[in-house]
Design a protein around this ligand. Structure first.
Ligand code: APR
Length: 234
């Protein structure tokens, strides 16, 4: 069975990473467009760097939850038949044990050089614009995809969506394209679709099946169902 799983902020919520659209409409006290656009970076580079430096530092204080771990168990059995794509920029899927994670919105633990295009593993602060290890220029920015920029790996994602047996969307509001359109693309290719989310998402009616509740409860149960179907060697 070939499965495409899309995750969003809701899967990391129980780990203590705030989601984007649940409470006050702000992301850690900021309007998303004030920190997550190329224009914001041009206007207020230090403020944007400080914002992402704080998010990066905060990763040290959070841990993966049962939903991340369950998807890693699924990957262990399905291998390349599981295509795990996340909108999240945290590293909780990896720390939960997943080895093939497609970060369509980039990663907090990477920096991107605006001068030479290098993408580098990065743990430290960027606010003082350290030199790029590749070209020496002080042009590093967080390797995250801002509004108006092209998400990573879209061709690969679309190819996987069209040929999967099942598409599962976990913990995402369905408010931000292109990810919000994955369910319709999959449905158009006659792929079965399942939503696992705290509440109905904006595109909930497009799914073959929706289950509502906490990811930490729903995802392990669903993974056990799949493993029972495909024959869990463990
Ligand atoms: N379990 C399951 N779902 C949850 C939980 C939970 N414990 N807590 C919250 N949710 C659900 C919410 O009900 C909501 O529908 O997760 C969803 C989170 O939605 P958003 O905050 O909009 O996050 P996401 O869909 O990942 O945002 C997409 O928007 O700002 C951009 O680039 C950013 O990747 C992000 C994109």
């Amino acid at each position: 069975m070939r499965i495409v799983v899309l995750t969003g902020a809701g899967i990391s919520a129980e780990s203590g990473v705030p989601t984007f659209r649940d409470a006050d409409g702000l992301w850690e006290g900021h309007r998303v467009e004030d920190v997550a656009t190329p224009e914001a970076f041009e206007l207020r580079p230090r403020m944007v760097q400080e914002f992402y430096d704080a998010r990066r530092a905060a990763l040290a204080g959070v841990e993966p939850n049962p939903a991340h771990r369950a998807l890693a168990r699924l990957e262990e059995v399905l291998g390349d038949d599981l295509f795990l794509v996340t909108q999240n920029i945290d590293d909780l899927h990896e720390r939960g044990g997943a080895q093939r994670v497609h970060h369509m919105h980039g990663e907090l633990l990477k920096a991107l050089c605006r001068a030479c295009g290098s993408r580098l593993a990065w743990q430290d602060a960027l606010v003082d614009f350290p030199p790029c290890p590749g070209c020496g220029l002080p042009e590093l920015r967080p390797d995250v995809v801002w509004f108006g920029e092209m998400p990573y790996g879209m061709d690969d994602i679309y190819a996987q969506l069209r040929t999967a047996d099942l598409f599962v969307s976990i913990g995402t509001s369905g408010a931000v394209y292109p990810a919000a359109g994955f369910v319709q693309l999959a449905a158009g290719a006659r792929v079965r679709t399942l939503e696992l989310n705290l509440e109905p998402s904006e595109g909930s009616h497009f799914f073959t099946e929706s289950r509502h509740g906490r990811a930490g409860d729903l995802v392990p149960v669903w993974v056990d169902e799949v493993l029972a179907l495909v024959g869990n060697p463990g």
